[in-house]
Design a protein around this ligand. Sequence first.
Ligand code: TRP
Length: 395
Amino acid sequence: MDRVLSGNRPTGKLHIGHLFGVLYNWRKLQDNYSCYYMVADWHALTTQWQDTSKIRDNIVDMVIDWLVVGIDPTRSVLFVQSEVKEHAELHMVFSMLVTLSRLLRNPTFKEYVAELRIKKETPRKSVLKTAVRNTVDVFIENVAKKLNSGEGKLDLDFMAYLRSELQKTFLENLKKTLEEEEEDLPYGSLVNYGFLGYPVLQAADILVYRAKYVPIGADQLPHLELTREIARRFNSLYGEVFPIPEPLIAEFPKVPGLDGRKMSKSYGNAIEISESPESIRQKVKRMYTDPLKVRKGDPGHPEECPVFMLHKLFNREEVDEIKESCIRGQLGCVECKRNLAEKMVKYLEPFREKRKEFEKDRSQVIDILKEGARKAALVTRETMEMVRDAMKIWK
Ligand code: TRP
């Protein structure tokens, strides 16, 4: 069977967006492939190195969600990246095969840097502006003193003109300088070396298993493209070691969050897979609905309503009925939500129950991951032998 590799950074408990977007796909792939599913804890470190206190709990919490959904450790290999050292070794080799400019062009990197810049550079700019203003004031005062002490009277109009001209010129130049600096040296102090190499590590994750397929979301395609480039480069320099991996992009339904935007932990609009019944009821109650439907009698537009989108996922049997009576204005949102909440509670119940079992003894999960790392290393060691052979490196 061909090997599949995929991974997730350890974000803790997963939500229903992950369930439909990632986990069902991973579960299905187990039937046809030899699957390696990895917790990318080193990748998490590239942005969260300061506070590592939650990583361990987050790993176990996330893997419990994999397990309860049916990612099966007797068929697939579940492991933590940092426990399989060959990922780091191959990353180091690959770092020679990619140029800085190629990495600086990576869209994920550019977005991250832009975010940091907005967060961190704005105060810096305002400090500089203040400094310029103060400089101009001092300069003007000094000129004034000189003029007053020597050649008689000070022309106040001229001084005001001088002051404003100086300020204007300084500020214009400052702006130009900062813009030029942003083009030439935007990253230096903002971003660490590890983050720049994020996609190189990801290439190592994939290729150290000589994986043929990589199930990922569309946002990860640029990283897979780089992986393919690195594989080709290695093969042409040292000999054929790596297959060129292909993405597997699964079609999946859009899962809206409570506010109608994409469900995401960082938006605070998510419902967890293991959310308690009370909490599901409360969250569904405050969900956004079709804004044009104000009163019960108003006709609704279900296709634009996040509550209806969730009915499509959790209440397939009643979808047609609900759609019709919503459009006809017979079904009110309060009742519609109450119904959805109960369907979700029921749908998610088996997952919640299985989580309880794992929570009783979290060391079971750690054992599964240790065993996974052992199995993973059987492949990764073999790959590194091949790599060292091909490269004619000391062994
Ligand atoms: N970068 C991926 C993400 O943010 C996680 C990841 C790390 C990954 N290594 C991988 C995904 C290898 C697929 C293959 O989701």
